[in-house]
Design a protein around this ligand. Structure first.
Ligand SMILES: Cc1cc2nc3c(=O)[nH]c(=O)nc-3n(C[C@H](O)[C@H](O)[C@H](O)COP(=O)(O)OP(=O)(O)OC[C@H]3O[C@@H](n4cnc5c(N)ncnc54)[C@H](O)[C@@H]3O)c2cc1C
Length: 354
């Protein structure tokens, strides 16, 4: 195998940053150039919708102090510059200001960007029939919705926004909502334009195998932009989570440096809404739901079962259950539904037999 001397990382977000760190941890001594469109060094985004909304002067969760990237990790960090073109044959990338960088290995870690709309037409107040329908079973949606309503949030389900008005929005059912500020939260799209230069079809994200390799020679991808196979979903998905951005990037970086490890962590994420800590692992849809605990209370879990196989779980203020469920889902464990339902049953027992 030709020696690997130059690694370029396109995207200086969480996946890009964790990959650079992991390359050094794996013993890679060649050059690492990380190119990021934002002017900031890598930081964690979850606090943008949490701590930073509550306290604007909360410290920013940078992955590392800025000086460590060059001083400790010997990474050439280029911020405020986008990669605008890639050449698969020459193995080069070009930035908007015309700089060209050669690579032996390239990581595409360009993440996602908010879906944009020219007008408000088509934007959902919520065009689904319930809250969080894409990831949660109905009984959990109800618990979360009730919590929001208790805090004065009003919902309009099953309608979309027809138009913006001078002082709010008009809905497709004719209702007008007054608002000083309209927040559009209609999801994200993969930032995959440069992948097309490499001959990669990237409509739903950049397709990778379990090692993080794309179909282009010596080009890898990780994080939100990567379209990867999910065992529990039984299909390829993009995983837009903090844990995936970190753990997939670490695994793929090891492979870029010559390693050979498959990444197959089931998707896992958390959300904090009021006093509800909600954690989800695996696939909660297209499955039967088995409740553990009292779903009228503030603390319970729901397991998603296909036959006897656990393919997902969600926990509300039940982090200990979730720690077990994450391991059980990763192992594609087979469980008795009555065991899950019984809070007297210690889920650690299931780990011993799976
Ligand atoms: C507000 C918010 C709250 C979140 N809360 C949670 C949470 O509670 N729990 C959870 O699990 N996950 C959460 N997430 C998701 C999590 O932050 C993402 O999954 C994670 O940031 C993905 O990392 P990434 O590196 O793949 O992509 P990103 O963090 O999007 O980083 C990609 C970087 O690449 C740059 N880039 C794009 N194109 C180019 C280019 N051509 N050239 C150079 N640079 C480029 C971008 O500017 C960006 O800086 C949240 C995300 C947001 C936005």
């Amino acid at each position: 195998m030709p020696s690997i001397e130059k690694i370029v990382i396109a995207g200086a977000g969480q996946a890009g940053g964790r990959a650079a760190e992991a390359l050094r941890s794996a013993g890679f001594r060649g050059s690492i150039t990380m190119i990021g469109e934002e002017k900031h060094p890598p930081y964690e985004r979850p606090q943008l919708s949490k701590e930073l909304l509550a306290t604007l002067d909360a410290p920013v969760a940078y992955l590392k102090p800025a000086s460590d990237w060059t001083g400790v990790l010997d990474v050439t960090m280029i911020t405020g510059a986008a990669v605008v073109a890639c050449d698969a044959e020459r193995q080069t990338v070009a930035t908007g200001d015309g700089e060209i960088f050669g690579y032996d290995r390239l990581l595409l870690a360009t993440g996602t960007q908010p879906r944009r709309i020219k007008t408000l037409e088509g934007a959902g107040v919520e065009n689904q029939e319930r809250l969080l329908a894409r990831a949660f079973p109905g009984l959990v949606s109800e618990v979360v919705e009730a919590r929001h309503r208790n805090h004065g949030v009003r919902f309009e389900f099953g309608v979309t926004v027809a138009a913006g008005t001078t002082n709010g929005v008009r809905l497709t059912n004719g209702a007008e909502l007054k608002a000083d500020i309209v927040l559009v939260g209609i999801g994200v799209e993969p930032t995959d334009a440069i992948a097309r230069d490499l001959g990669l079809s990237a409509d739903a994200g950049i397709e990778v195998d379990a090692f993080g390799r794309t179909a282009a020679p010596n080009v890898f991808s990780a994080g939100d932009v990567a379209l990867q196979w999910s065992k529990c979903h039984d299909r390829a998905i993009r995983v837009e989570t903090w844990a995936n951005a970190q753990n997939q990037a670490i695994c793929v970086a090891g492979n870029m440096a010559g390693g050979n490890r498959e990444y197959d962590d089931p998707p896992w994420f958390w959300s904090d809404q009021y006093d509800l800590n909600i954690q989800v692992v695996g696939d909660m849809l297209n499955a039967d739901h088995v409740v553990r605990g009292d779903c009228q209370s503030d603390r319970f879990s729901v397991a998603a079962m296909r036959g006897n196989e656990i393919v997902g779980a969600i926990s509300i203020n039940a982090a200990k259950d979730m720690a077990m469920f994450r391991r059980l889902v990763a192992r594609q464990s087979r469980l008795n539904r009555s065991d899950i339902e019984s809070t007297a049953y210690d889920l650690r027992q299931a780990l011993k037999t799976n």
